[in-house]
Design a protein. Sequence first.
Length: 105
Amino acid sequence: MFLKKIANAQDLILQKKEELKAARKIREQKLKYDALARIITQLPDRKETEIKLKLLNEEITALNDTNKQLESKIDTRHKELKVLLNSAAALEEHIKDEELQLEME
């Protein structure tokens, strides 16, 4: 009978250890949940985030369009400068040729 009480006590101890282990795990999960809940409540809601994202995407599109226009303008100006420099070089060559002809005469 005494041995049976000891065995029952040991079984009860093992059972309580398992319950304690489960309770600790539940407490740990609850703490993690609470931490995540605090973080989530600090973040803006989905609708607000989607509105901001849409506005940012529109701004990016507008900036890309502006960038393309400016690159096109720069390209045009670069071509115009090239033509101007070629014309200046040709004019300079033409003037030198005329000066040589005048000197030869």
